[in-house]
Ligand binder design. Structure first.
Ligand code: CP
Ligand code: NVA
Length: 307
């Protein structure tokens, strides 16, 4: 694997290997081991959109591995305006060891990868959020769940996070359901890729049907970054897709609740659910750090022995 642009860049074996590396890095860090496998190495961290979790976990992850990140706002470097995407990729390739980019158009991150001679990581695009999905399944894996035996229900928008969660779930053999309002289902080609990967996915418009008997209920905001103009229309379309106590009642009693965060409390999820005993949203957020450290170490060719 040269880049990490899509959850579908992984195989089941690669994902499981990244989980093992992430678990090992997490344990070592918590035990106080402070190896520096990426000493002297640097990554450019390009952000066209705001971020809390992705920026902090990439920067801190690099520091913990002995390297560093150079934060570049999209506005500052004028990606595709002040300078073309290929030229930015070619220049960065002469100075740093990797690029992570949060972009509006998925084409921007694939363009960076095409013209860079260094690894590129997708830190969220309009189409995917693979780092999120990796951390999410790692969170379930470290709880000892057999990912090929559980059902994950997606409720709400068939968006970037949904796409990555479905694609990685398909690779891992997770049974998948998705409840989305008409017109907001995961893209046809994502559903086709899920099927090609042998995934078991049922898409419905009925949230109780999707959540029925699920082991995991996952939701995300109704209006993603860049869609702010559609906010009102979306609020109306998604009003029946809130993850609340009533909807959670359809899931298995042991069901876990996931959200990539940031949450719009009172919209896609209620306070009692996001703060309740079933919620593992902060474990997901914490594991962004460890899962991304595994991705960075692997892509930059660092040795786990030195970590
Ligand atoms: N979940 C996630 O990617 O959060 P940020 O947008 O804060 O990075
Ligand atoms: N779907 C959300 C995820 C944020 C992490 C967005 O793109 O804004």
């Amino acid at each position: 694997m040269k880049h990490f642009l899509s959850a579908a860049d992984l195989t089941r074996e690669r994902a499981l290997e990244l989980f093992r590396v992430a678990a090992e890095l997490k344990q070592r860090w918590k035990r106080g081991r402070r190896g520096t496998p990426l000493a002297g190495r640097a990554m450019a961290l390009i952000f066209e959109k705001p971020s809390l979790r992705t920026r902090v976990t990439l920067e801190v992850g690099l520091v913990q591995l002995g390297g560093r990140g150079v934060y570049l706002s999209g506005q500052e470097i004028g990606l595709g305006t002040r300078e073309s995407v290929p030229d930015v990729a070619r220049n960065l390739s002469r100075w740093v060891d990797g690029i992570a980019a949060r972009v509006y158009a998925h084409d921007t991150v694939t363009g960076l990868a095409r013209h860079a001679t260094i690894p590129v990581i997708n830190g969220l695009s309009d189409f995917e959020h693979p780092c999120q999905a990796l951390a999410d399944y790692f969170t379930l894996y470290e709880r000892g769940l057999d990912l090929s035996k559980i059902t994950l229900a997606w409720v709400g928008d068939g968006n970037n996070v949904c796409n990555s969660v479905l694609l990685l779930g398909a690779l891992l053999g997770t049974r998948l359901t998705a409840a989305c309002p008409p017109g907001y289902e995961p893209a046809e080609h994502v559903q086709a890729t899920v099927a090609r990967l042998g995934g078991r996915l049922t898409v419905t418009t009925e949230a109780p049907e999707a959540v029925g008997g699920a082991d995991v209920v996952y939701t995300d905001v109704w209006t993603s970054m860049g869609q702010e103009a559609e906010r009102e229309r979306r609020a109306e379309a998604f009003s029946r897709y809130q993850v609340n106590a009533k909807l959670l009642g359809f899931a298995r009693p042991s069901a876990l609740v996931m959200h990539c965060l940031p949450a719009h409390r009172g919209e896609e999820i209620t306070d009692d659910v996001v703060d309740g005993p079933a919620s593992i949203v902060l474990d997901q957020a914490e594991n962004r750090l460890h899962a991304q450290k595994a991705v960075i170490l692997t892509l930059l060719g660092g040795s786990l022995d030195d970590a």
